[in-house]
Design a protein around this ligand. Structure first.
Ligand SMILES: NC(=O)c1ccc[n+]([C@@H]2O[C@H](COP(=O)([O-])OP(=O)(O)OC[C@H]3O[C@@H](n4cnc5c(N)ncnc54)[C@H](OP(=O)(O)O)[C@@H]3O)[C@@H](O)[C@H]2O)c1
Length: 261
């Protein structure tokens, strides 16, 4: 099976590094024209300069901040006035960590604005073109916490569950337009975010970072962190014509970490 996204246009959130960057790179390698979205314009400029263009791809980036909704609305609204997309990858940073007793209603609102409000807003704009052309792929980057809530991550546990439930509802509503909506449940991936979190944990416990890594890997049957490239392969498949019968799903990509079925 050859996955070709030639002629397709993709918009990828949180793509100046980590999982989003790897997804953008794989979609471009499979032939799609990619628009990256994040705050760091310089990083995205560098990434784009190395993306393939041998299949006529045209790449660009949008400098946006998901936490500034008014400005985001303006930038993304302007983008969709001139563009439509075939593939939308909803991704951003995770919300702040903390247990249920540490967080208050305003913290949930902040996490909701970051993870839910921008996703629904962007999807509404993308859907107009997808419905008109009767083709679309919407992929939400979520977390294993949707199936098995993680301790000390109450905001992620709560708001990501809302995103995946919304996605399931949307999948049922737009399936007849040839649009699929799926969510991916992220396990541990070797990204800058993970290095930063584990580095901070190592410092606070006074132990080497390798020990923190090993503690996490004790819960991962394949005994390693995921390579962001592997995330790109899954998303490229979900974005392809071949995945047209897969919709409304939550697909774990976690090296077997989830214990539930
Ligand atoms: N890595 C893991 O092990 C893991 C595990 C479970 C879940 N996840 C989830 O998977 C997602 C991706 O993870 P990752 O490890 O790739 O994260 P990451 O390395 O922190 O990357 C996050 C991306 O989002 C962008 N971003 C952050 N805040 C933004 C904002 N306010 N507005 C616009 N863009 C913003 C960042 O770029 P700029 O800084 O340039 O804006 C960056 O490109 C996150 O939601 C994370 O919580 C990751």
């Amino acid at each position: 099976m050859e996955i070709s996204l030639r002629g397709k246009k993709a918009l990828v959130g949180g793509s100046s590094q980590g999982i989003g960057k790897a997804i953008g790179q794989q979609l471009a390698a499979s032939g799609a024209s990619v628009t990256l979205m994040a705050r760091s314009g310089n990083k995205m400029k560098d990434i784009i300069s190395e993306l393939p263009t041998d299949q006529g791809q045209k790449h660009q980036f949008l400098e946006v901040d998901f936490t500034n909704f008014n400005s985001y609305q303006e930038i993304i609204g302007g983008y969709f006035r001139d563009n439509s997309v075939d593939i939308l990858v909803n991704n951003t940073q995770g919300p702040a960590s903390g247990g249920a007793m540490d967080k208050h209603v305003e913290d949930y609102q902040t996490a909701f604005d970051l993870l839910f409000k921008t996703v629904v807003f962007t999807t509404e704009l993308a859907l107009k073109g997808m419905i008109a052309q009767k083709y679309g792929r919407i992929i939400n980057i979520a977390s294993v916490s949707v199936k098995e809530p993680l301790s000390y991550l109450t905001l992620s546990n709560s708001i990501r569950a809302a995103v995946t439930t919304w996605a399931k509802t949307l999948a049922a509503d737009v399936g007849h337009y040839g649009i699929t909506v799926n969510s991916t449940l992220t396990g541990y991936f070797d990204t800058e975010r993970l290095k930063g979190l584990n580095g901070a944990k190592a410092k606070s416990f006074g132990i080497p970072i390798e020990e923190v890594n090993q503690q996490m890997l004790a819960n991962v049957p394949v005994c390693r962190f995921g390579d962001p490239k592997e995330y790109g392969y899954l998303v490229a498949f979900l974005a392809s014509e071949q995945a047209s019968f897969i919709t409304g799903t939550n697909i774990p990509i976690d090296g077997g970490m989830l214990k539930s079925l």
